[in-house]
Ligand binder design. Structure first.
Ligand code: SAM
Length: 279
């Protein structure tokens, strides 16, 4: 893939051809190897793009449909991107469909620089809750968890081991903009356990064989990490054995387990119950 950053920047271009090389480069970001190589990703939706820019995320390319070109807010956003030396593309709906692979694409799409936070930058403070996910596989689950984490006031989502890509178009779509709202971290088991040892935190494993009801745990005394298991295999012993407690969410009926994103949502809201109020 060509380096998108070498494109002519600070300009507005009109593109109608599906085979335009810039469009080809943007489309290539739907593949992980190209996202990894370029450190870029695609995010869809006007509100989401505006929020991301306002939060300081670096936008490299703004793409909008011809039909949206006259909208005041689109013009303002385009001017901002041009002023920051970004590239602005006005394209046909067909081109947008080919980028997002959706029949009714969003009118606005952004190409952003990826941003991961380093684990050693995470200094847990009183009242903080983190989510750690062991080898999460499903992009829909990861996106939903990031969105829920944002809503519940979680301070960061830690991806432990080989995981699905936090910046894939499916994950980003499922976050509904929350990908831009909180730190995402990546590490292996060893680094996670070292970080755990270095801090006065409570790690609560969410486990089908947990002996403690998740509603009875003390989530207040220390910063808390909610450690969730992989969709198929659950938490490996290597991680489960290092948890301060293993929590179980009661179940009746025949279901073997809850969906990972649902279990994470229940754990997150319970852990933060004392801190969450309607305003
Ligand atoms: N077969 C897997 C297992 O044995 O753990 C099922 C994994 S479940 C789909 C994914 C994760 O969600 C689990 O590892 C656990 O962290 C959490 N989870 C799901 N249901 C749970 C429950 N009833 N109690 C506690 N955690 C649960």
């Amino acid at each position: 893939m060509n380096d998108l950053s070498k494109r002519k920047v600070g300009t507005v271009k009109e593109i109608t051809s599906l085979t335009n090389p810039i469009i080809k480069d943007i489309k290539s970001l739907t593949q992980k190897k190209n996202r990894d190589a370029s450190n870029k990703f695609i995010a869809e939706g006007l509100k989401l793009v505006i929020d991301a820019i306002d939060r300081g995320w670096e936008i490299e390319i703004l793409i909008y449909a011809k039909a949206a070109a006259q909208k005041d807010i689109v013009q303002k956003t385009a001017a901002k991107v041009v002023a920051n030396s970004g590239l602005v593309l006005e394209v046909t709906e067909k081109v947008l469909t080919s980028i997002t692979r959706r029949d009714n694409p969003q009118m606005v799409v952004g190409v952003f620089k990826q941003k991961f936070t380093e684990l050693n930058q995470l200094e847990p403070q009183s009242g903080d809750t983190f989510i750690a996910l062991d080898r999460v596989r499903d992009p829909g689950n990861l996106g939903t968890i990031i969105r829920t984490a944002d809503a519940a006031g979680i301070k960061g989502v830690i991806l432990v081991g080989a995981t699905t890509d936090a910046f894939s178009i499916e994950t980003v779509r499922a976050t509904m903009g929350s990908i831009f709202a909180l730190p995402i971290l990546k590490c292996d088991i060893e680094a996670f356990l070292n970080w755990q040892n270095a801090h006065d935190i409570s790690v609560i494993g969410s486990h089908l064989k947990g002996s403690v009801d998740y509603r009875t745990i003390d989530y207040k005394s220390k910063p808390t990490v909610l450690l969730m298991g992989n969709e198929q295999a659950g938490l490996p012993d290597e991680l489960a054995s290092k948890c301060d407690q293993l929590a179980r969410i009661p179940q009746v009926g025949d279901a073997d387990s809850l969906n990972l994103a649902i279990a994470t949502a229940l754990m997150s809201y319970e852990a933060r119950r004392h801190l969450l109020e309607l305003d």
